[in-house]
Design a protein around this ligand. Structure first.
Ligand SMILES: [Zn+2]
Length: 203
C-alpha cells in the first residue's frame, strides 16, 4: 500500500507496568458487528478504499499498513519528529490499542492550522458512535517539568480522521509549546514528545 510515513517515528511501546488485565467479550463483539454496515479503513491520510467489519479492518491495518497493535488500557509513546522545522506536508502516525475486547486508533499528527504548525493526538473507537460514548480516555504530554492533559471521548471511526482533526477534538500542542516538552530541546532537528494515556469504560 502506501510507503511508510516520512519523518515521524514512534520509539516507545506500551508501558506494561501500568497495565491491568482486560476482559474480552467475544460474544458481544460478534452480535454487534453482524448488524453493522461496513466501516471505512481508518488509516489516516491514505486514499485507501478498503471497507469491512472491524475484524477485517484490523487484519488490513496490520498487514497492509503495518500498524502496530498494543494490548492494554495504558500506553506511553515517544514520538520523534525529525526536522520539525521543515515539514511541509502533514505527518502522521497511527497505532492501535486493544482493551476491553475493543480496539482504539491512536492518531498523532503534525499539521498546519492556518499557518501555525501544530501537533494533535486523539483516539478513535473502532465501532459505532453509540458504543464509543461509553468510553473515555486521557492523553498527557509530559517533559522538562511541564505537563498538559487532555480528557476526551473517543470518536467513532465512522468519522474520518480528517473530520476529527479539523474539529480539534483532541490534545493539541503548538510546535512552539512542543519544543518545551521535547526531551532534548537543544536539538532543533529532532523533536521528541512523550505522550502517555489511558482508556476506561464509563458506567
Ligand atoms: Zn487501509
Amino acid at each position: 500500500m502506501e510507503p511508510p510515513i516520512n519523518d515521524l517515528q514512534i520509539e516507545c511501546q506500551v508501558n506494561e507496568l501500568l497495565d491491568f488485565p482486560c476482559s474480552i467479550d467475544h460474544h458481544t463483539r460478534e452480535v454487534i458487528t453482524d448488524k453493522e454496515k461496513p466501516y471505512n479503513c481508518p488509516y489516516c491520510g491514505s486514499k485507501c478504499t478498503v471497507t469491512g467489519d472491524i475484524q477485517c479492518l484490523l487484519e488490513h491495518l496490520r498487514n497492509d499498513h503495518h500498524v502496530e497493535m498494543h494490548d492494554g488500557r495504558c500506553f506511553s509513546h515517544r514520538y520523534v519528529h525529525h526536522n520539525p522545522k521543515h515539514y511541509h506536508h502533514a505527518t502522521r502516525m497511527l497505532t492501535l490499542l486493544d482493551c476491553y475486547g475493543r480496539q482504539f486508533c491512536l492518531h498523532f499528527e503534525a499539521f498546519h492550522l492556518k499557518k501555525t504548525p501544530m501537533y494533535i493526538a486523539f483516539m478513535q473507537f473502532m465501532g459505532d458512535e453509540e458504543e464509543a460514548t461509553s468510553f473515555s480516555y486521557t492523553l498527557e504530554v509530559n517533559g522538562n517539568g511541564r505537563k498538559m492533559t487532555w480528557q476526551g471521548v473517543p470518536r467513532s471511526i465512522r468519522d474520518s480522521h480528517k473530520t476529527v482533526r479539523d474539529s480539534q477534538d483532541g490534545l493539541i500542542i503548538t510546535r512552539k509549546l512542543a519544543l518545551f516538552f521535547s526531551a532534548d530541546n537543544t536539538n532543533s532537528k529532532q523533536l521528541k514528545l512523550k505522550i502517555s494515556g489511558r482508556v476506561w469504560r464509563e458506567h
